[in-house]
Design a protein around this ligand. Structure first.
Ligand code: COA
Length: 254
């Protein structure tokens, strides 16, 4: 049914696995749309009590948006990518069924943003989080500037966004970016157990909690501003140099 994700129902748990291991589960546009369709379906059917999103393999949750795909985009295409991706990430954030990110390695750029759109993040010990877009001549485009600031605070967020430095699982735990760190071979079971525990909690009350918390941030126009800033950068030389450098496996020359 899907080309880039695998979605399996295991009792009251739905496990969505990003299935592009050879590209470190980089998020192409079609893949993000597939996640959106699946979140819609699961929210309509209401047959599960929790959705887990993870990446295939032991190396990456998702190493970002697919750089090879957007490297040739112009500003209009960049705007469309960011807008449509943002719609899907909002669907995750607004899902009435809790969504848990099982972060099993690199969660960079769009991967970090995807994890932050989820309600809960549980990481393996080898997880690494970062927003390295400035290496590519871009700001984040899937809500990273907003959600990172919401979750870990402005100072830490600016530090990560400006420096492009990644943080490991222990720092992510200290920052409150994740709620738990476990050995990689225990990650999925820990997340499944998290959902099993929700079997005895009211789904109606959980839905209300999610809506209430999201309402606290509802008036935030920063998301639209980020889309504008992101798309404008597609016309700049830094973006061409940054994406070219990534594909040529060299450091950019700014
Ligand atoms: N988009 C497209 N392809 C990506 C990708 C991305 N975001 N991240 C990794 N890949 C691809 C690589 O190009 C490589 O493909 P190839 O084998 O055809 O050359 C493959 O995945 C493996 O990645 P590689 O870079 O060889 O692995 P590594 O262990 O040396 O480095 C990372 C791992 C995560 C540090 C490195 O892949 C990286 O920096 N990725 C980009 C991170 C990023 O900038 N994300 C934000 C994007 S908006």
């Amino acid at each position: 049914m899907y080309s880039h994700i695998i979605s399996e129902k295991q009792g009251i748990v739905q496990l969505i696995t990003i299935d592009r291991e050879h590209k470190l589960n980089a998020l192409n546009i079609e893949l993000i749309q597939e996640i959106g369709l699946e979140i819609d379906r699961l929210n309509k059917e209401k047959l599960v009590r929790g959705i887990i999103i993870t990446g295939k393999g032991n190396k990456a949750f998702a190493a970002g948006a697919d750089i090879a795909e957007f490297a040739k985009f112009n500003s209009k295409e960049g705007e469309k990518m960011s807008t449509n991706g943002g719609i899907v990430f909002n669907k995750i954030e607004q899902s009435c069924i809790p969504v848990i990110a099982a972060v099993n390695g690199f969660a960079l750029g769009g991967g970090c943003e995807l994890s932050m759109a989820c309600h809960i993040r549980i990481a393996s010990e080898n997880a690494k989080f970062g927003q390295p877009e400035v290496n590519l001549g871009l700001p984040p485009g899937y809500g990273g500037t907003q959600r990172l600031s919401q979750i870990i605070g402005k100072g830490r967020a600016l530090n990560m966004l400006i420096s492009a430095k990644t943080i490991g699982a222990t720092t992510a735990l200290n920052y409150g970016l994740v709620t738990q760190v476990v050995p990689i071979d225990e990650l999925l079971n820990t997340c499944i157990q998290y959902v099993q525990n929700l079997a005895h909690k009211s789904p109606i009350a959980i839905d209300a909690v999610i809506k209430c918390v999201n309402t606290m941030y509802a008036e935030n126009n920063g998301f639209n501003f980020e889309i504008n800033q992101f798309s404008e950068c597609f016309e700049r030389d830094d973006f061409k140099e940054g994406t070219q450098a990534f594909m040529e496996k060299r450091k950019p020359n700014y």
